[in-house]
Design a protein around this ligand. Structure first.
Ligand code: CDP
Length: 273
């Protein structure tokens, strides 16, 4: 990443942001489901330059046992930044910030999950920030919610999240890193889209009451847009397109042979006797 330079302004005279976005415009978003082979469920998100992968393992036996909850599963979220994810090398030891963000992600996701179906177990959610460019806690919630759905954890709804902030006196959705660092504040939020119930609301910086109400409405609108993207990503992973098959046992064998050809090269495949 290029060295940090404080921008001259965050909002241009034309009312656009440093990356050319309008105040209510999200960064480009790419969501993918089923990106990790070993996990029970997984998803990735690219939100502008922020890039995050979430993997879900479980429900499974909980260690250490003293954390056991008798009537439901423990939702354990571990948010970590890769050492190379930020301009200054991040120290590998878990920081207080990472522990706090792990907790707020778990609190945001828990209300829609039927964890009572898995008493005494754990659902582990590992979130790794590969590249951080602002808004990682919200992007992590967007990906982790999809990964939980991919793992088949029963839920009432997916949870979308976005940060709304303020720079040069203007309210902006989905802050990038410079807007986060040099702006006047941010309000990360997550909602249950059907009911608009809020599962995450934090605030950094100062906002008037009117600004906060407007920021939250902008956040709700952006979360509803994100929710549509989440549903589309799930459908892309699970709804078979016509002609993709799935009822023919031979398909699996064909796939296996295709893999062999890819891995070894056709010339090295043993001859059929
Ligand atoms: O990422 P999020 O906005 O949820 O959390 P933050 O604590 O407000 O951090 C804002 C941004 O600062 C991150 O997204 C990173 O781009 C950057 N950051 C960093 O450069 N180095 C760190 N050790 C932590 C955060």
């Amino acid at each position: 990443m290029s060295p940090e330079v404080k921008p001259d302004f965050l909002i241009s005279p034309e009312g656009l942001r440093i990356d050319g976005r309008r105040p209510d415009e999200m960064r480009p978003i790419e969501l993918k489901v089923g990106v990790l082979k070993q996990a029970d469920g997984s998803a990735s998100i690219r939100q502008g330059k922020t890039y995050i992968i979430a993997g879900v393992y479980g429900p499974r036996e909980l260690h250490p046992r003293h954390l056991t909850i008798n009537d439901r599963a423990y939702l354990r979220v571990t948010y970590r930044m890769a050492t190379f994810s930020v301009p200054d090398r991040k120290r590998p030891a878990p920081s207080r910030r990472e522990r706090e963000i792990s907790m707020v992600i778990a609190n945001s996701l828990r209300p829609t999950l039927f964890l009572e179906e898995y008493p005494k177990s754990v659902v582990d959610v590992f979130v790794t920030v590969i590249q951080a460019d602002g808004g990682t806690r919200c992007a992590a919630i967007n990906a982790a919610s999809l990964a939980l759905a991919d793992a088949g954890i029963p839920m009432r709804s997916l949870i979308p999240a976005v940060a709304v902030g303020k720079a040069d006196g203007k309210l902006l959705v989905d802050l990038g890193d410079e807007e986060d660092k040099y702006g006047q504040g941010d309000v990360p939020m997550a909602i249950i889209p059907q009911t608009e119930e809020i599962t995450l609301l934090q605030q950094d910086g100062s906002f008037t009451k009117e600004e906060l109400v407007e920021a939250m409405q902008m956040g709700i609108n952006s979360c509803k847009y994100l929710h549509e993207l989440q549903k589309e990503a799930l459908k892309r992973a699970y709804v078979k397109k016509p002609g993709e098959g799935g009822d023919d046992d031979d398909d699996d064998d064909d796939d296996y042979e295709d893999d062999l050809e890819t891995d070894l090269g056709e010339a090295e495949l043993p001859e059929d006797e």
